[in-house]
Design a binder for this molecule. Structure first.
Ligand code: SF4
Length: 232
C-alpha cells in the first residue's frame, strides 16, 4: 500500500463497504485506482464533503424530480428514502447505497437518481446498480430508471430528465463483463495480494487519499514545443 494509513481511522467492521457510486465509477473508468478503493473499503480518509451549493442544488434536483414523477404517474407510491438503504454482498465484500427516489406503480418499480450539474457516464451504472439491488430486495421488476439533472447555470432548461428504460436495460448496462470486473475487484480488496496504484491525473485529482499517497500523480512532464524548429 502506498498510502500512509497510520493516522487514518479504521471503519467499524459493520460499516466496511464499497459504495454503489465507487463501484459505478470503477466499471465506467471514472476512478480506477484499486489502491484507493481498498483504502476506502476499510478506512475513513478524514476528507469532509461540505459543499453548500451542491447540497442546495441536489435538494432542488430531488424536489423537481418528485414533481415530475407525480405529474407523470397516477397512483404512484413513493418510498421513504431512509427505508431504502441497501446493503448487499458481492462475494464476501459489502456494497452499500441509497437511491435518491424509489417508487412503485402497481407491482413495478421506478428508480430515479437526481444529480446537480453535468451528466457523467458513470451515472447510468449507478442508477442501474441501485435498480438491480432494490429489485432483488423488494422482489419486484423495475419498469423505468430515470436520471434527472438540475443545473441553474444552464441558460435554457435548468431541469432535465433522462429515461434509461427498465429491466432489459439494466442487464445491458451491467453486462457479464462489468459484473466480472466488479467481482474481481471485490476479491482483490479482501485478499492480501499487493495492489499496484493506478496513478494518473483523472484518478488522483480528487482522490480522498491524495494527501497521504506517495504514488500520487504529479504534473512534471517536460512541455514540448511542437513547432520550435519553424523559422519565421
Ligand atoms: S492519489 Fe492516485 S495513486 Fe494514490 S490512491 Fe489516490 S488515485 Fe491511487
Amino acid at each position: 500500500m502506498t498510502i500512509d494509513l497510520k493516522n487514518s481511522k479504521k471503519k467499524h467492521p459493520n460499516f466496511v463497504c464499497l459504495s454503489v457510486s465507487a463501484a459505478s465509477k470503477f466499471v465506467s473508468g471514472e476512478y480506477t485506482c484499486k489502491t484507493g478503493l481498498k483504502a476506502n473499503y476499510f478506512y475513513k480518509s478524514g476528507k469532509v464533503f461540505n459543499n453548500p451549493r451542491w447540497n442546495l442544488e441536489h435538494g432542488l434536483a430531488l424536489q423537481e424530480s418528485i414533481k415530475f414523477l407525480k405529474t407523470n404517474y397516477k397512483n404512484i407510491f413513493l418510498y421513504d428514502r431512509e427505508s431504502l438503504k441497501i446493503k448487499m454482498k458481492i462475494g464476501n465484500c459489502w456494497i452499500f447505497g441509497v437511491p435518491d427516489q424509489v417508487a412503485r406503480v402497481g407491482n413495478k418499480l421506478i428508480v430515479l437518481d437526481a444529480k446537480s450539474g453535468e451528466s457523467k457516464f458513470f451515472h447510468r451504472f449507478q442508477v442501474s446498480l441501485y435498480s438491480l439491488m432494490i429489485s432483488r430486495k423488494l422482489g419486484l421488476d423495475v419498469s423505468e430508471m430515470y436520471l434527472s439533472y438540475y443545473n441553474p447555470r444552464n441558460s435554457n432548461d435548468k431541469f432535465n430528465v433522462i429515461s434509461l428504460g427498465g429491466h432489459d436495460e439494466i442487464n445491458k448496462i451491467w453486462s457479464n463483463e462489468h459484473k466480472k470486473e466488479l467481482v474481481e475487484l471485490t476479491n482483490l480488496i479482501l485478499s492480501d495480494e499487493p495492489i499496484v496504484p493506478t496513478s494518473n491525473q483523472s484518478n488522483c485529482q480528487y482522490c480522498d487519499w491524495r494527501a497521504k499517497c506517495t504514488s500520487k500523480f504529479e504534473e512534471n512532464e517536460e512541455i514540448l514545443n511542437l513547432f520550435a524548429d519553424v523559422k519565421l
